[in-house]
Design a protein around this ligand. Sequence first.
Ligand code: AMP
Length: 218
Amino acid sequence: MRLAFLGPPGAGKGTQAELFARRYGFAHISTGEILRDGVRGGTPLGSKARGYMDGGELVPDEIVVGIVAEKLEGIDGGFVLDGFPRTVEQAEALNGILRGRNGSLDAVIYFDVDEDTVVRRLSGRRVCGKCGWNYHVENMPPKREGVCDRCGGEVHQRDDDRPEVVRERLRVYQRETAPLIDYYKRKGLLERVAGDPPPEEVQEEVRRLFADRLGSRR
Ligand code: AMP
């Protein structure tokens, strides 16, 4: 299956994409993770992207489209795009890339959450700098403070989860990304999932959507 996960920052796209992709053996492509890796590693991509990310702005379309095109080239089976597309231009570019491989998206899952939830989640979110796993200071802290349960990496707050950057990211989401909800609705691809419940419940809901098509794969 070829899926894209859509929603505001803090909707839980990353957690859901990781769980879903792992369970069904799909590739998980997170443009945010790829860009953060670039920033951490001081690569040319990272230095181009850093200023935009620190300010809560979108990285230019041609850069992220290039990343996704390259990633998809190496993938034969199913995939979950997490945080891409984020603009109508990116969505159009994705159509072109997939058309070139005689394919298209099967569905776009929109994680619908209210703004209070988003702000609460992002302000308490902590991430592992090594494996990227997410925690939350109140609901899901690591067993040992500051240390990732999964890989022992260091758990910290993302620079762009600071309150002033969060506000800008939400504005950018409304302006640039929210129009994709209607865009994919018109194409008959949009599936809405309530993103407010705890992650396990949301995951169950996502699985239910595809139970017919994925049931035998567990
Ligand atoms: P995320 O981890 O998905 O919240 O992404 C973190 C940051 O990476 C965003 O605030 C953007 O600056 C950048 N980014 C990630 N995905 C995209 C995208 N599809 N288009 C533009 N910028 C992106």
